[in-house]
Write a protein that binds this ligand. Sequence first.
Ligand code: ADP
Ligand code: MG
Length: 237
Amino acid sequence: MSIEIAGVGKHFGDFVALDDINLTIPSGQLTALLGPSGGGKSTLLRIIAGLESADSGTVTIEGVDATGLPPQRRNVGFVFQHYAVFKHMTVAKNVAFGLEIRKRPKQEVRRRVDELLDLVHLRQFADRLPSQLSGGQRQRMALARALAVEPKVLLLDEPFGALDAKVRKELREWLRRLHDEVHVTTVFVTHDQEEALEVADTIVVLNEGRIEQIGSPDELYDAPANHFVMSFLGEVS
Ligand code: ADP
Ligand code: MG
């Protein structure tokens, strides 16, 4: 099982944002889509999520042809850079939201929310409002919320990009630990080489709508496929 992307292309007017992408994202791993700004990372993630349709090609998620399916039927959870939080709801309510709109029994919702808040160490903040959390805590809440409905796939677009370096580093470690606990297939977009090298099992380097290389951090580091990968990995942000 995996996410299979076959022959995916996307253009905006004359501009080719994705050029015939063929890619297998392994199940249960943490995969980074890494590359410079404008490379097509977010577009590819949005196509996997079903938030954007491709011009050509297919997306298969864990054995199910998802091409043409709306986001809510793809079994994916998202976390984006800009906190998509409900400001008027408590932390617990934010995490419960996806379960409540699915009409899950109250008792089950309560149990699951407690479990998730424990997972991201926010149990003591359950009754606070998001505005009373730090930026890092808010993103941990967003992670818990995305995981609430037990998605098969977790998609993150520069989830820590807006935060300062220290918090970003902390959240990376969180993401890694969380992933090691729940093993959900995770794809996260970053332009930060260090972040990808430190966190990901597999890195997909995307540049100008094409895949430059796919490999483990070690493979990319030891044997960059070309000059682009070598110089991009060499840049420290
Ligand atoms: P990345 O996330 O790697 O920075 P994106 O996938 O956001 O790159 O964008 C790839 C390219 O496609 C960029 O040049 C961007 O300007 C362009 N693009 C993305 N979305 C649109 C859109 N809705 N309309 C026009 N151009 C777009
Ligand atoms: Mg982007």
